[in-house]
Design a protein around this ligand. Sequence first.
Ligand SMILES: [Zn+2]
Length: 137
Amino acid sequence: MTDHYRGSSHPVLDLPDDPPSDLLAEMDAIADDLRANPLHVAADDAIAFRQLVNRRRPYLTPAQFQDLFGEWRERYAAKVEAAGAAELARLDALRRRNPPGGPFVCVCGEAGDPSDPAWAAIHQPHVMLTGLDKLVK
Ligand SMILES: [Zn+2]
């Protein structure tokens, strides 16, 4: 992950000379990085996209820029929505596996108290590494 803010209140991109072949995919990765920073606001996407296009496709007209930015925004919104749906499905599976009042069951099958630091130290890596969605399918 790259910190595109580097002490500034808005993103200042430091792009590699060798661009990835897909501009929109490059912007997806930048947008993911931007969202990891608490300074991110929605307007930063346009700032970052302008910097990216100025570097990769400086010949675009303003209309072409707007079309491309619109295309990227729709595509990224769909990606975020799909990721949110996958996360909800993962949480739902976790909820079904651990009904209210029942013991917490680790993905390895052992029941225990996740608020017990000793138990959590052993089993938290199981949950993180396994990816419950893969087990539930
Ligand atoms: Zn476990």
